[in-house]
Ligand binder design. Structure first.
Ligand SMILES: [Zn+2]
Ligand SMILES: [Zn+2]
Ligand SMILES: [Zn+2]
Length: 980
């Protein structure tokens, strides 16, 4: 024994010590860490480290380079970062090349408004100048978005993103148009497309949104001109009418026919001296609604719809034929046009089932189904509405009126004419322009299409100026390749969709979608690379010519279309095949921006050495089924005969706490910028992980506060482990597992279990399960159990005592694994933990790998401890009751007596020495229970004196002369310390 003076007791307690502070100060510390990563060039360092490993390619869907980022954009990018970082830490070479969608209407509108504010008009500027301003606007927007994405801790090639307005990209975009032509899938024709009156352009399926809209609902009678006896002899000589129903009275001037279902039964019922034809199932409803016929209606004849085929009615007020046709698209619920809404749910369709007559007003220039059936019956694709949504001069009575304004006038007009049976206001979901939010119309105009089924040579129409510009179709292959729709439907079955319903949604979308209208009457985009002969109707849509144009775009950007004459864009001395002339004009339409972004897999994945085609994964919101998932698939098939992705993941929307959409104006928007300034980017990231992104994700200040609380718990868990590793040298001090204390081995078995769970969740992209597993591990397994129990050992045992080293060995493994598992989510904090670990090697945690887990584990050990923890829960409850009853103060003042029998008693006896630490009490006595059921717990105040050093009570305090105020355990510890 040492003869020196006794140790200062306070200094012999091993209190936790770490630079990992309790307060995160994320708002300040995150930018500092970003700087550290910048200096390391962390993204490229990771790339170099993973070089030669199997590749994992997440292909970024490009956000639109217009406004600042909102919570939804942040969530989308953070989820992508979770995927890339977790795959990288699984050992994959997982590059991330972010992209930006730079062309299109929203930027044009923004620039137009900015010009208006300066008192200028778009037309005052040359197209080149206008495009330059659009380009500058996109550049500025994407710079600010890049800054925000980097601030969120997302690593990627931010200094070299892909831009749909880059020269190479624009060149690839027109090359892809050539690939569609080669397949025989491109045609120009007049087909009804969504048309925005305000923006005066065609819109894609993905560019319309459905909102509630009130329309006039009208029942109108069309007089039958054919002999009614042809239907049924009972109708001979009668005054027969076919009753139609519509919610777009303004399309009635363009009516050319009425469609009925060939197999449905129709009835003719009497109203005074008139006879009305409607579907049999709707007779009573129509009669009641229009207040016609007797009660019940007197039906004169019943017949299948097929009986009406090719009979003729007369237009309700115009001197024009309205042809009766049969079509399978006719339903007994509402308008056929409702069918063109691809996302309309079955229940919504059913909600319409009260309306309608089973006789569908058909205007081939104003509806998709109308167009298809009109074509089949040889009707004209008649569209007497101009770009501004006004009736053309040929429309009797309503010429020059705007169609939506004309609705009421037409209803009144029909009422006066006596052809209107009934009208009322009607609420329904109606397509609106995604940009200006105005209701859109269906309108046939000459447009470029990609055929879903086959190239519609027969559909090619004369241009607006009357010229037939279809000659290029002569160059089409005689037998077109398998149809785009069939190929797409086959491809999606090979793709993995997460969640699994994605394939159904995609299938339904593909089955129903009309031909893809790819032309836009705009200037900020990639031009459709087609030339027209000035002397004859020849149109040049030739893949070889387009590839020539693409090479020019590659050098000079798509601006070349405007800065060069047609001659300079065509191959030298290019001569018209039709007439030998050499004078040309250029197509003025640009390509749909979805064609642009759909090109990305080819333009990006095939262009960069670090990437490859196809991508492993695409992840975007549910709106991309009609959008990017679809256009990427189309282009993948045109260029490679396959989908450009192996897996497609869909995430939900960001909503407020009540499940409403977020709007700045509604005051319920959570702004990422504000959250970052207040709490740190880490809180947004953790929020993304804590919500199940397969559903809609809700956010509010209160929800984020809960996330912050969760963050604090994770942080404190790491801090406890780090604090107790002060002075621990893993190489020197680690204890082999087989020599570790029982409970430390239990903790490692638990770590193994949670690691398995987390790895499986990362593998399945289920980040909410990663979070849940780690959160429960930190708060329940560690904080509420393990840490509580090992505190005494860590604090009061001699620093180098093997039992203490055993706990430290476990702690290091736990905090090391915890940091790695958190790293893809808490990118900043995990790296901070990493810096404070004694054994770290890599300069940043993102270079490290996820921990390994062993299969199976220590099942018997875990089962044994689960039983002990069940007893512990009972004891802690009894201690709490004793505390409330003022029998004891702190739990260390308690003596616990346990009486048990059989296997329970054996279990307790086996862990006799663990029990006081397990319950955090000073004494535990075991007894044999006689006749009692289960374990009897008796709480008493402890015997002996309080030890000054460890605060446990012991009857041995005072036995040591050298340390008279401490217990026998502390005396032993102090002796050890003195000898160290
Ligand atoms: Zn619009
Ligand atoms: Zn010519
Ligand atoms: Zn003590």
């Amino acid at each position: 024994m040492s003869t020196e003076t006794p140790l200062d007791l306070k200094k012999t307690v091993n209190l936790p010590k770490t630079n990992f502070s309790q307060k995160a100060n994320l708002a300040q510390n995150e930018p500092a860490r970003l700087e550290k990563w910048g200096k390391l060039d962390l993204y490229r360092l990771i790339q170099r480290t993973r070089q030669g490993r199997p590749k994992f390619i997440l292909h970024d869907g490009p956000p639109y380079a217009n406004a600042d980022i909102h919570l939804g954009t942040a969530m989308n990018k953070v989820l992508k970062d979770f995927i890339v970082k977790s795959r990288s830490m699984m050992g994959y070479d997982a590059p991330y090349v972010p992209g930006y969608d730079c062309h299109g209407l929203p930027i044009e509108i923004h620039v137009e408004r900015a010009l208006e504010k300066k008192g200028k008009k778009k037309n005052d500027l040359s197209v080149e100048t206008f495009r330059r301003i659009c380009r500058e606007h996109a550049e500025n927007a994407l710079k600010s978005q890049t800054r925000d994405f980097k601030r969120l801790g997302i690593l990627g090639e931010w200094d070299n993103p892909y831009l749909t307005m880059s020269n190479h990209y624009e060149a690839e975009t027109v090359r892809m148009f050539a690939r569609f032509i080669e397949r025989g899938w491109v045609y120009k024709g007049a087909r009804p497309v969504y048309w925005c009156i305000k923006d005066q352009t065609a819109l894609a399926e993905a560019e319309v949104e459905y909102h509630q809209h009130t329309s006039p609902s009208v029942y109108v009678k069309f007089p039958l001109q054919s002999d009614p006896a042809l239907i049924d002899s009972a109708l001979a000589g009668r005054n027969v009418f076919v009753v139609i129903w519509t919610t777009t009275p303004w399309t009635l001037p363009a009516n050319l026919g009425i469609a009925v279902h060939p197999d449905y039964e129709y009835s003719a019922f009497e109203h005074g001296d008139e006879v009305y034809i409607v579907a049999s199932d709707l007779v009573e409803a129509v009669a009641a609604k229009c207040n016609v016929g007797e009660t019940p209606p007197k039906v004169l004849a019943r017949f299948p719809g097929a009986k009406l085929d090719r009979l003729e009615a007369r237009h309700a007020w115009l001197d024009r034929r309205s042809l009766l046709m049969v079509g399978e698209h006719v339903t007994l619920g509402g308008e056929a046009d409702a069918e063109t809404e691809l996302d309309v749910s079955e229940s919504e369709k059913k909600a319409d089932s009260k309306a309608g007559t089973g006789c569908v007003h058909t205007a081939p220039g104003h509806g998709h189904d109308d167009f298809v059936i009109g074509k089949r019956y040889g009707l004209e694709i008649y569209c007497p509405v101009d770009n501004g949504g006004r009736f053309t001069p040929e429309v009797e009575h309503f010429a020059g009126q705007r169609v939506f304004d004309a609705n009421d006038a037409i209803v009144e007009f029909m009422r006066e004419r006596g052809v209107l049976l009934f009208s009322e206001k009607y609420e329904h979901r109606y397509p609106h322009c995604w940009r200006c939010k105005n209701p859109v119309i269906f309108r046939a105009t000459p447009q470029w299409f990609i055929a879903m089924d086959h190239a519609h040579r027969d559909l090619v129409e004369k241009d607006e100026d009357g010229r037939d510009r279809s000659n290029f179709t002569d160059n089409l292959p005689e037998t077109p390749a398998a149809s785009l729709r069939a190929s797409a439907l086959a491809e999606i079955e090979r793709v993995k969709w997460i969640p699994g319903w994605g394939v159904d949604r995609m299938r339904n979308m593909l089955k129903g979608r009309p031909d893809w209208c790819v032309s836009r009457q705009r200037v900020w985009g990639v031009n459709i690379p087609v030339f027209y002969c000035a002397s004859c109707p020849e149109a040049v849509a030739d893949p070889a010519v387009i590839d020539h144009v693409a090479d020019i775009f590659e050098r000079e950007s798509g601006d070349a279309w405007y800065t060069h004459d047609a001659k300079d864009l065509l191959p030298p001395d290019y001569t018209c095949k039709g007439c030998g002339a050499q004078e040309w004009t250029k197509e003025t339409d640009i390509l749909d921006v979805w064609f642009d972004s759909g090109t990305s897999s080819v333009a990006v994945l095939e262009n960069r050495e670090e990437l490859r085609w196809p991508a492993d994964v695409y992840i975007e919101g549910g709106d991309q089924f009609r959008g990017w998932f679809n256009s990427s698939l189309m282009i993948g098939i045109a260029d490679h005969d396959r989908a450009p992705y192996n897996t497609v993941i869909t995430h939900g929307w960001t909503l407020d706490a009540q499940g409403r959409a977020m709007h700045k104006s509604a005051g319920n928007a959570v702004e990422p910028d504000k959250v970052i300034k207040q709490s740190g980017a880490e809180i947004i990231r953790l929020w993304c992980a804590s919500s199940n992104y397969f559903d809609d994700m809700r956010a509010s200040d209160e929800i984020l506060q809960r996330v912050t609380d969760g963050y604090r718990k994770l942080r404190n868990t790491a801090r406890f482990a780090l604090g107790n590793l002060d002075g621990f040298d893993p190489a020197r001090d680690s204890v082999p597992v087989e020599e570790m204390e029982d409970i430390d081995r239990w903790a490692l078995a638990e770590l193994n279990r949670v690691t398995r769970e987390v790895l499986a969740a990362y593998e399945a992209y289920e980040f909410h399960n990663v979070y849940r597993a780690l959160y429960n591990f930190a708060t329940v397994t560690l904080s509420a159990r393990y840490f509580d129990i090992i505190k005494d050992r860590l604090y009061t045992f001699a620093p180098r005592n093997k039992a203490r080293r055993s706990a430290q060995t476990a702690l290091l493994r736990i905090v090391d694994a915890l940091a790695r598992m958190l790293a893809p989510i808490l990118v900043f904090t995990a790296d901070e933990i990493w810096e404070n670990l004694p054994n770290r090697q890599e300069p940043a945690i993102h270079l490290a790998l996820l921990p390994m887990a062993t299969e199976g584990g220590d099942d018997a050990l875990q089962a044994e401890w689960e039983r002990l923890f069940a007893i512990r829960d009972d004891v802690l409850r009894a201690l709490e009751e004793a505390r409330v009853a003022k029998k004891i103060g702190s739990s260390l003042e308690a003596k616990v007596r346990l009486e048990a029998s059989g296997s329970a008693l054996e279990l307790l006896q086996r862990h006799r020495n663990d029990l006081r630490y397990l319950f955090i009490v000073s004494q535990v006595e075991l007894g044999n229970a006689t006749g009692a059921q289960g374990t009897v717990i008796v709480i008493d105040s402890t015997d002996g004196e309080k030890c000054e050093r460890c605060w446990n009570y012991s009857t041995h305090v005072g036995e040591s002369e050298r340390y008279p105020t401490v217990c026998e355990r502390c005396v032993a510890a102090l002796n050890e310390i003195e000898q160290e």
